[in-house]
Design a protein. Structure first.
Length: 436
């Protein structure tokens, strides 16, 4: 097979349409380009080659370390280091494949699981064999019913073929923003609520069934499946030396053909927007990394894709970045697990301040209060939920500085801003029973 690694960028059209472009550069989505439909097991093995023999001899851990693969679930942590840490613990381990994708502006994991389920499953069982795990738990969002059915079929197909060294169990969890955080998954798998837990111990020390647990994003595992086949040097042939490989990005907002695309890591953001047909008009800013990410000012001046969640949302010039941010913050405040001070008090206050700034008549003291509240949000929660929200809010104040002054002086702008560009779900806090 030809796994062309030139860095031509390749789109996947949403709604299952075959994208009208050449496959060059696609790695994870390569099979899709070959056939135009999700790959069954035989087809998958034909395209990518047989599943390499997985052994707990450390060879794959070393290969992943050398590849420079970093987590594609948002944190960008080196995957090899995580594998090494779990492999170094005593007793049988557990692998958790995180396919929850709670980020509202992202659909890359859903797309990957739909188009290349066996690549993800390959990666999960190979990772399991390399760290001495006896079980793989694939965690999916309960709201995506068709997804569970499709993956159950894929797992059954593999079971009948008798190829996997480790069994895969599928679980469907409550779908809230923080229920996809790694300690939420572990706690749910241990019989509790899908809410973040205090650390330490971190899952790699004591996770599912108190065993050392590797939690990886499904895209990360799919890359691992290719590294196991083609090696770390091949993996580094695209991307940048610091951030090698490709990454899936969900491109939305004011671009001509929104969808999920595979691009080299470290691509200029302007170039990535170009693969979605480019902007539909003049842009006001670009949100990189989703609701936990940051607004980027335009012109983009060569700024490159970072390691955060693979999301780019292009904001048209006439949209209000403050209103978009206020809506996202209200959603994030409603989605907290309500366990720690910053989430119970700090985040709702920041969201209220932002709503006043975006839609109200902000008083003279609002900015000072907002900045003070923002300053004490990061680093104090049980998980990184408040940190992500604070990052988004701070970047909005920076990038939309002129709008902030205008809003403080004259109040909100035109009613056209009622329609949001970002896909913000309703800000409804989950009910107590909805965490299990
Ligand atoms: C509030 C919150 C939500 C998260 N949601 C996801 C998610 O939907 N999918 C995901 O893979 N990681 C998510 N993460 C990161 C996970 O905790 C974990 O770091 C990740 O699954 C590890 O995989 P990786 O190293 O392959 O990126 C979230 C983290 C936080 C703080
Ligand atoms: S910071 Fe928020 S979401 Fe995270 S554990 Fe505390 S209450 Fe839960």
């Amino acid at each position: 097979m030809n796994l062309d690694t030139t860095d031509t960028l390749t789109p996947h059209a949403p709604e299952g349409l075959r994208p009208p472009v050449s496959p060059y550069g696609a790695r994870l989505l390569h099979g899709w380009y070959e056939t135009g439909r999700p790959a069954g097991l035989a087809e998958h093995l034909d395209l990518y080659g047989p599943l390499p023999r997985a052994a707990a001899d450390g060879a794959l851990v070393t290969a992943v370390e050398q590849s420079g693969l970093t987590g594609r679930g948002g944190g960008g942590f080196p995957t090899g280091r995580k594998l090494r840490a779990v492999a170094g613990k005593r007793g049988p381990a557990v692998v958790v494949a995180n396919g929850m994708e709670s980020e509202p502006a992202s659909s890359k994991d859903e797309t990957l699981l739909f188009l290349a389920p066996h690549l993800v499953l390959d990666g999960a069982v190979l990772a399991a064999a390399s760290v001495g795990a006896t079980t793989v738990h694939l965690c999916l969002a309960r709201t995506r019913v068709g997804q569970e059915r499709q993956l159950a079929q894929a797992v059954e197909e593999r079971r009948r073929a008798g190829r996997d060294p480790v069994p895969v169990e599928i679980h469907t969890l409550p779908h809230h923003f923080v229920s996809s955080e790694e300690t939420s998954l572990v706690n749910w798998l241990n019989g509790g609520d899908a809410r973040p837990q205090a650390t330490p111990p971190r899952p790699f020390e004591k996770g599912v069934g108190r065993r050392p647990t590797l939690v990886d994003n499904v895209e990360t595992l799919a890359h691992l499946a290719l590294i196991a086949r083609y090696g770390p040097d091949w993996f580094r042939e695209t991307g940048s030396p610091e951030t090698p490989g490709t990454t899936l990005v969900t491109l939305s907002g004011a671009v001509r053909t929104p969808g999920v695309y595979e691009v080299p890591m470290g691509s200029p953001v302007a170039r990535a927007l170009g693969v979605a047909g480019g902007p539909t008009g003049r842009l006001g800013a670009v949100l990189a990394g989703g609701f936990f990410g940051s607004w980027l000012p335009v012109p983009l001046n060569g700024v490159a894709l970072g390691r955060g969640a693979g999301v780019l949302a292009a904001l048209p010039e006439d949209a209000c970045g403050l209103a978009e941010t206020a809506a996202a913050l209200a959603y994030l405040a409603g989605q907290s697990a309500g366990q720690c001070g910053p989430c119970r008090f700090g985040l709702p206050s920041v969201a209220e301040d932002f709503a006043e700034l975006a839609w109200g008549r902000p008083g003279a003291t609002l900015l000072e209060r907002l900045n003070r509240r923002l300053g004490v949000l990061p680093g104090r929660g049980g998980c990184r939920h408040p940190d992500g929200a604070a990052r988004l809010a701070a970047s909005a104040l920076r990038v939309f500085g002129d709008d902030v002054l205008r809003h403080v002086r004259y109040g909100p702008c035109s009613p056209a801003h009622d329609a949001l560009v970002l896909p913000v779900p309703p800000a409804r806090p989950p009910k107590e029973e909805e965490w299990r």
